[in-house]
Design a protein around this ligand. Structure first.
Ligand SMILES: Nc1ncnc2c1ncn2[C@@H]1O[C@H](COP(=O)(O)OS(=O)(=O)O)[C@@H](OP(=O)(O)O)[C@H]1O
Ligand SMILES: [Mg+2]
Ligand SMILES: [Mg+2]
Ligand SMILES: [Mg+2]
Length: 389
């Protein structure tokens, strides 16, 4: 077993050894239960610092693109979903910064790949991405590297091909979650998490268009507060939020309300991503009075972690399979803030199965006190919908 001792204890560090050191160790033991026990007691401070830097720099690239989006910046993937130069640029930057900060090529499970960019007709698009990546890195001023070539950018993007799984450490990245929101000028997130032995052990959510103050009852898209938020969480250490331009972090907590009449709920902006009818039925059954708050991306998990709303409901159409990068960072941000994330049957999410989540019908999120009533309303509503078909 190797023992590393870091003589720093950052603000968010677990206070197991508050007097001086944060301890981390890596082990070559072959037993998976001893590896899991080691993972549970490890500190991930170094990885968290690298993840915060990677997501913040990627957010700057996305902000730049969102301000001056060109028609040619948007393409369609084979599943017809949109992808932009910012999705690719963000993935390249995160992959590159993790490699640089942690001095090893990351095992990365990420949404995008370079297949389309390697085609002859994408040559101009690839140049534009490389230029964006180099400009953003140079603008940061803290990353010491000579300009990347087109091939370096393709390689960085393709680091994201890892299959994840139950063993070892894997980064999980959605370089832009909510690309449709990004294209509308609305909410989106850069979502980065770390899996260790199949469990999410840290997560970072950069939400460039989310105000620092609560969005409860406000007109989200006309807010004057444009700093953007960075949420981060490490297992056992709570969830913090700071502004994307680097203010001091503050600890956040989910809403503690037990009264559904006081609880507002989040759902996808895009009706094609989640059944608004089913969530409306559930909310009515539960006694929720407020109308749904519809925002794109894992910004929903971030807003919920600081109590802007108390419930998140997500019911994709039948047959849709959820990807781990759409939930891993959001999951730990909410869980460390005291929330509970389960599938529609009440089972915890299992991130150890590879690139996909294997779950029952949908994903629901709330605090511990409201969860039993929410699960009952979900069960009854799904039953009613099924019997009316
Ligand atoms: N049909 C369908 N059903 C369910 N989910 C889907 C579907 N299609 C896409 N997606 C995924 O939804 C991601 C966007 O997150 P949200 O659904 O929370 O945001 S949104 O309000 O709908 O934009 C979005 O993430 P990005 O592709 O990263 O934007 C998709 O992974
Ligand atoms: Mg996508
Ligand atoms: Mg996504
Ligand atoms: Mg995405």
């Amino acid at each position: 077993m190797l023992l590393h001792i870091n003589a720093t204890t950052p603000l968010h560090s677990k206070s197991k050894f508050p007097f001086l050191f944060s301890l981390s160790f890596s082990t070559t033991s072959s037993s998976s239960s001893s590896r899991r026990a080691a993972a549970a007691s490890m500190s991930y401070d170094k990885q968290l610092a690298a993840a915060k830097k990677a997501a913040s720099v990627a957010a700057r690239l996305c902000q730049k693109v969102q301000k001056s989006l060109l028609q040619s910046d948007v393409q369609s993937k084979s599943d017809k979903s949109p992808v932009t130069v910012a999705d690719y640029g963000s993935q390249a930057i995160v992959s590159f910064i993790l490699e640089k900060e942690l001095a090893s090529i990351p095992s990365l499970v990420a949404e995008e790949d370079s297949g389309d960019l390697r085609k002859e007709e994408s040559r101009e698009t690839l140049h534009r991405i490389t230029e964006l990546v180099n400009d953003t890195i140079a603008g940061d001023g803290t990353i010491d590297v000579s300009p990347l070539s087109d091939e370096d950018v393709l390689t960085a993007i393709d680091n994201g091909k890892s299959e994840g799984g139950p063993h070892g450490q894997h980064w999980v990245l959605d370089p832009i979650d909510g690309t449709k929101g990004f294209l509308r000028g609305d909410q989106y997130a850069i979502a980065l998490a770390l899996l260790d032995e199949g469990k999410v052990v840290l997560g970072v959510l950069a939400c460039p268009n989310l105000p620092l103050t609560s969005i409860a009852g406000s007109n989200l898209n006309s807010s004057e507060d444009k700093a953007g938020c960075l949420f981060f969480a490490e297992v056992g250490a709570g969830t913090y939020m700071q502004s994307l331009d680097g203010s001091l972090p503050t600890k956040v907590h989910v809403s503690t309300t037990e009264n559904p009449e006081e609880a507002s709920f989040f759902e996808s902006f895009e009706a094609a991503h989640s059944s608004h009818d089913l969530s409306s039925l559930i909310a009515t059954k539960l006694g929720v009075k407020a109308p749904p708050v519809r925002i794109d991306s894992q910004a929903k998990y971030g807003a919920l972690s600081r109590g802007d709303g108390a419930i998140y409901l997500r019911f994709p159409r039948r047959g849709y399979i959820e990807k781990i990068w759409d939930h891993a960072a959001g999951y730990i941000v909410v869980a460390e803030a005291g929330g509970v994330v389960t599938d529609a049957g009440g089972k915890p999410l299992d991130f150890s199965k590879g690139r996909y989540l294997d779950l029952d019908t949908g994903i629901i999120v709330t605090n511990e006190k409201l969860m039993p009533a929410l699960l009952k309303a979900v069960r009854e509503s799904i039953g009613e919908k099924a019997s009316s078909l």
